[in-house]
Ligand binder design. Structure first.
Ligand SMILES: Cc1cc2nc3c(=O)[nH]c(=O)nc-3n(C[C@H](O)[C@H](O)[C@H](O)COP(=O)(O)OP(=O)(O)OC[C@H]3O[C@@H](n4cnc5c(N)ncnc54)[C@H](O)[C@@H]3O)c2cc1C
Length: 597
């Protein structure tokens, strides 16, 4: 028998955004968190470098500078009202974390320590500013643990290892979700007034990625199937420094601490691409620079990687050349011990996966699929909006990486995702509770588990002529080759065709494991279906956008085209068809300009 649970607010996802939402919603509303993973295994725990906020602890900084850097980083596609809101609120949200007990790294006099990060500048001098608050290179881990402890303290209801398969809608308003309990295989109905999706990203559709296995885009896929559009899906960030072949992330903090990129000729090539900010240029610029170096035969040993060098002798040499100083004006110099204290986990990864000690040898790196700028469209309070007029869908919210507010526009700055989680997690939680308290429980649809059962039955009863593993491999390869750092009309058209073919072949997959208990084969196959839908939407929106902006770089349209393309894409899925529309970007203070680094 299907169990039904009733709550005011249901949060789908136990990562940073979900837990921040839960803490805030639970103050006034009966709240539950559903998570396919045990919450502390969420990808937020992998975030290394930091959370940006203009605290100004080490030097002058202002939230307005943070906002302008974010607008510029977004290549002017970010909504400026939402960006202002985020950067101003970031300061309080970081202090909230401090008060929750987060063990930040500290300055000698006890304030939260801050370090430079790509794209974050003093707007007057144009030099990098120390804005990223951090807990060594485990900032996300500490955020997740701290928030989880606070949730337990506040008695929030957790349904761990419950995977949401469907969103329930009744009479045009949100009515809850349906989830499968992994331990039993049973479906459960969660009947609620408000639902917040906080399901994270979808980088697993690419072959080389920094993302966790769970990053399969479930939230976006579930809402697409219920007629909610996805926004700006063509924009997916490739982080410049993934470990060669493995994709594991080497945080940008390594460059913040003075690490330098070199090509096969031993040249510090970023001097050519970003003469002022050099190795700390924004991620899209740096990833493209690496790609071009490799394409022109200047990879290490002619292969498709370059070096990231954090050896103290290199850092000190280039710090001297750049005239880099400490906050007190003394020259910036580091020892191997100081480096290791700031990036202990990275050093471990390098030794374990590469056999390389980063204070003795340079690290081989290549761009890695990292972050979804696009996702479920929301306003700046986390309410889901469903068309070009920003019509609110009652009771439905989204926050974190699965949402598109849009504060990151065409390219996210480092440290701005953790900011996004805590600011929009908090506000979506507060508003979801307020909405629930002001509305009555909608009735459930007849047979609420019907669509979930249909999806499972299809996977269990396919012909078995195709294997999910093969389809996944082919999808990741075509996305990497054709919908990656650089894109062309021809490559994108091929990708659309290939993904459509894979979606057709997916109908022939049969799940071999028929047991109910922890049937991971069934759920992984369902996730592949989600990824195929998102791969299709991503390649179709990328094919349509005939310009280069932020992370979306078209060989055949190399310039940004504000005349025709200063707008957000919206994509709806209707069976095998994708329908596109656009909505304007919110511009308040900053007129679009060319980006110069
Ligand atoms: C290696 C790495 C390093 C990073 N470093 C930084 C950094 O230094 N600074 C920064 O700002 N950003 C960083 N980022 C980005 C940032 O960490 C993520 O964007 C952010 O943590 C996402 O948080 P979230 O709460 O949206 O999702 P997550 O933390 O991933 O949580 C998603 C949750 O959704 C649940 N879920 C998903 N699907 C379902 C479903 N169908 N049913 C039920 N539950 C579901 C999962 O169980 C999980 O609990 C990094 C990302 C990576 C991959």
């Amino acid at each position: 028998m299907t169990q039904t649970h009733v709550f005011d607010v249901i949060i789908v996802g136990g990562g940073g955004a979900g837990l921040m939402a839960a803490l805030n919603a639970s103050r006034t509303a009966k709240t539950a968190v559903l998570s396919k993973l045990y919450p502390t295994r969420s990808h937020t725990g992998a975030a290394q470098g930091g959370v940006g906020a203009a605290l100004g602890n080490l030097e002058e900084d202002r939230w307005e500078w943070h906002a302008f850097d974010t607008v510029k980083g977004s290549d002017y596609l970010g909504d400026q009202d939402a960006i202002d809101f985020m950067c101003e609120e970031a300061i309080q949200a970081v202090y909230d974390l401090e008060h929750f007990g987060l063990p930040f790294s500290r300055t000698p006099d006890g304030r939260i320590a801050q370090r430079p990060f790509g794209g974050h500048t003093n707007n007057e001098t144009k030099k990098p500013v120390r804005r990223a608050c951090y807990a060594a290179d485990r900032t996300g881990h500490m955020i997740l643990q701290t928030l989880y402890q606070q949730c337990l303290r506040n008695g929030i209801n957790f349904y761990d290892e419950f995977q949401v398969l469907d969103l329930l809608v009744q009479g045009g308003v949100t009515a809850g979700v349906v989830a499968v309990e992994l331990a039993t295989g049973e479906l459960h109905v969660f009947h609620a007034k408000s639902v917040i999706f906080a399901t994270g990203g979808h980088g697993r559709i690419w072959d080389i990625t920094s993302n966790a296995y769970a990053y399969t885009g479930d939230g976006v896929a579930v809402t697409l199937r219920r007629g909610i559009p996805a926004e700006d899906m063509e924009f997916f960030q490739f982080h410049p420094t993934g470990i060669y072949k493995l994709g594991i992330l080497i945080t940008e903090a390594v460059r913040g601490e003075g690490g330098v990129l070199f090509n096969g000729l031993g040249e510090r090539f970023m001097e050519r691409y970003a003469p002022t900010i050099k190795d700390l240029a924004s991620r899209d610029v740096t990833s493209r620079a690496i790609y071009l170096e490799v394409k022109e035969g200047r990879g290490i040993k002619g292969k498709n990687y370059v070096y990231l060098d954090i050896r103290p002798e290199t850092v000190n040499l280039y710090a001297e050349k750049d005239g880099r100083t400490n906050p007190d004006g003394t020259p910036y110099r580091v020892t191997a011990e100081e480096i290791l204290a700031k990036i202990p986990d990275i050093a471990d990864f390098c030794r374990t996966y590469l056999g390389v000690d980063p204070v003795k040898d340079p690290m081989p790196i290549q761009p890695t699929a990292h972050y979804a700028m696009g996702g479920i469209p929301t306003d700046k309070f986390g309410q889901v909006v469903i068309d070009d007029k920003n019509t609110v869908f009652p009771g439905l919210f989204a926050a974190g990486e699965c949402a598109c507010v849009s504060v990151h526009g065409a390219n996210r700055l480092g440290t701005n995702s953790l900011v996004d989680l805590i600011v929009f997690g908090k506000h979506s939680g507060l508003l979801a509770a307020a909405y629930a308290n002001g509305s009555s429980l909608p009735s459930l649809p007849n047979d609420p588990t019907d669509f979930s059962r249909q999806q499972i039955d299809q996977l269990m009863n396919g012909s078995g002529r195709e294997k999910a593993a093969n389809l996944g491999r082919e999808m990741r390869q075509v996305m990497m080759d054709n919908v990656g750092v650089f894109r062309t009309e021809e490559g994108l058209a091929q990708a659309v065709e290939k993904v459509q073919e894979l979606r057709e072949r997916f109908k022939q997959v049969k799940v071999g494991d028929t047991s109910k208990i922890f049937n991971t084969e069934l759920l992984n196959t369902w996730e592949l279906g989600n990824m195929l839908d998102l791969a299709l939407v991503t390649s179709i929106t990328a094919l349509d956008r005939k310009e280069s902006r932020g992370a979306h770089a078209r060989d055949d349209f190399p310039s940004r085209d504000d005349q025709n393309w200063l707008k957000h894409s919206l994509a709806w899925m209707d069976g095998d068809k994708v329908r596109l529309d656009y909505k304007p970007v919110v511009i308040t203070k900053y007129a679009p300009k060319e980006r110069v680094y």
